[in-house]
Ligand binder design. Structure first.
Ligand code: HEM
Length: 437
């Protein structure tokens, strides 16, 4: 891509420092768009479920609907976003693309899509076949992705300093899915699982803290110096922090077989470490050179504040549902949305610039990055999204009709997200067409 052609020109694009990134072999932009659009559709479904079945969802965290919505967020939304982004990022990290990227990403996308639909249907309707078919498809999708990523990393000599952190994060999906399948066997009576609630806590720790937590923080650490011109967090500190979190997750998992206070308490240490990482990011952002509060940065900041709130509520006591909403809705949705709003315009611009060089159409003036997703549109989505999260929390504390209202706001927010991503894609297509004629 463009950077390979003129490294000095691409070194700084407007306020974006692209040092350390090589977009030479980036796969077609349709791939991340397809994953992001699918993710937004899953979040529309969450809003609709809240409208239709709102009262049932929050009776307890174990209701079929609550489990369904949990997996709509983790597998429906996050798996799409994280895999789509990684497929785009891998050539940057490893300097070598995923083999047969179009076919492989199509298979992964379809397996994640159908797997999530089946798994969630299995949860909501307590349908055994659907649950296992979904789990099988999801396991296949993740396995294929991990093998493809490994091939890409091994076949290239270049190693980006973030590859270790991201690798650890992605490794965490293996125990998360394996334990998830074992739990499903316990739930449907196929296996007798001792201490289901402890094992569920281990499953969700690998999924939410290991996979989502490490990958999300590794990405934030990578992107904030580039997009917001903050100081870089030293690589060795990041590596050590993520390696410690991973090791603590192993210790916490051992608490299922060995009764030990030390092993059990490792979960508290993991939460503390994430808090520390969150505060480090907040501090780096506070000390950034350009003090402009970009709307995408507001999404990231708000996600970090939700993380602090989730930790406080978790320490205070028995408010599992609120912790779940703060963590899954507040952190795991908000930060990725902010990153997507920053990355999509950047990718559109870079792909178009590369095409411009290829077509030798130097007189054509490319639109600015804001053309793809405007601040106004991102801001409207921000208010709807944060409003929806707060309304969901209020509806847990004061159950009643407000839950349906929160569903309406959540649906509007999700539809707005879908619209923003779709319009960015259409704007990209228009510009691409203009460069081809
Ligand atoms: C094939 C993939 C997966 C399967 C088959 C699966 C299965 C399950 C099952 C059966 C439970 C319920 C356990 C019970 O009722 O005691 C559960 C709970 C949970 N899972 Fe998964 N899961 C999968 C992937 C994931 C991933 C990747 C994440 C996170 C990123 C995740 C997050 C959660 C959470 C947060 C809960 C607990 C909900 C609560 O305690 O309120 N799951 N999962």
């Amino acid at each position: 891509m463009a950077c390979g052609a003129s490294a000095t020109r691409c070194h700084r694009v407007g306020i974006v420092k692209t040092a350390g990134l090589s977009l030479d072999q980036a796969p077609p932009i349709d791939i991340p768009f397809k994953f992001f659009l699918t993710a937004s559709l899953f979040s529309v479904i969450i809003g609709l479920l809240l409208i239709v079945k709102g009262e049932e969802v929050f009776l307890s965290r174990w209701t079929p609907l609550a489990l369904g919505i949990t997996h709509l967020i983790t597998i429906g939304f996050l798996a799409q976003v994280m895999t789509g982004a990684m497929i785009q990022l891998l050539p940057v990290l490893a300097g070598s693309p995923i083999p047969a990227v179009i076919t492989i990403s199509r298979i992964i996308h379809l397996s994640l899509l159908s797997g999530a639909i089946l798994l969630v249907t299995g949860f909501i309707f307590s349908h055994r076949f659907s649950l296992f078919a979904g789990a099988g498809l999801l396991a296949a999708a993740f396995t294929l992705f991990l093998i493809a990523a490994l091939i890409s990393l091994v076949s290239s000599g270049i190693r980006h300093n973030n590859a270790v952190s991201l690798g650890l994060g992605w490794l965490a999906i293996v125990p998360a899915v394996a334990i998830g399948i074992y739990l499903a066997m316990g739930l449907t009576g196929i296996a007798s699982v001792s201490d289901m609630s402890r094992l569920t806590a281990i499953h969700l720790s690998w999924g939410v803290l290991g996979w989502v937590g490490i990958v999300l923080f590794a990405t934030v650490f990578q992107l904030i110096p580039i997009f917001y011109v903050t100081k870089e967090i030293p690589t060795h500190i990041r590596h050590i922090a993520f390696a410690v979190i991973f090791s603590l997750l192993i210790l916490y998992s051992l608490s299922h077989v060995i009764a030990s206070r030390l092993f059990e308490n490792s979960l508290v240490l993991i939460v503390m470490l994430f808090l520390l990482l969150g505060i480090t990011v907040l501090y780096a952002i506070h000390r950034r050179k350009r003090k402009i509060l970009d709307i995408t940065l507001l999404f990231v900041l708000t996600g970090l504040v939700f993380l602090v709130l989730a930790a406080i509520v978790w320490v205070v006591g028995d408010y599992d549902l609120i912790v779940g909403v703060l963590l899954l809705g507040g952190v795991c949705l908000t930060i990725p949305i902010g990153i997507i709003y920053k990355v999509i315009p950047f990718l559109c611009w870079f792909h178009l610039q590369s095409l411009q060089v290829k077509q030798e159409k130097f007189s054509y003036s490319l639109p600015s990055m804001k053309h793809f997703i405007s601040d106004k549109d991102a801001k409207r989505h921000y208010y709807l999204h944060v409003g929806a999260i707060f309304m969901v929390i209020i509806s847990i504390v004061f159950p009643g009709p407000i839950v349906r209202l929160s569903g309406i706001v959540f649906s509007l927010s999700s539809i707005y997200f879908l619209k923003n991503v779709l319009f960015a894609f259409l704007a990209f297509r228009r510009e691409q067409k203009a460069l081809y004629v």
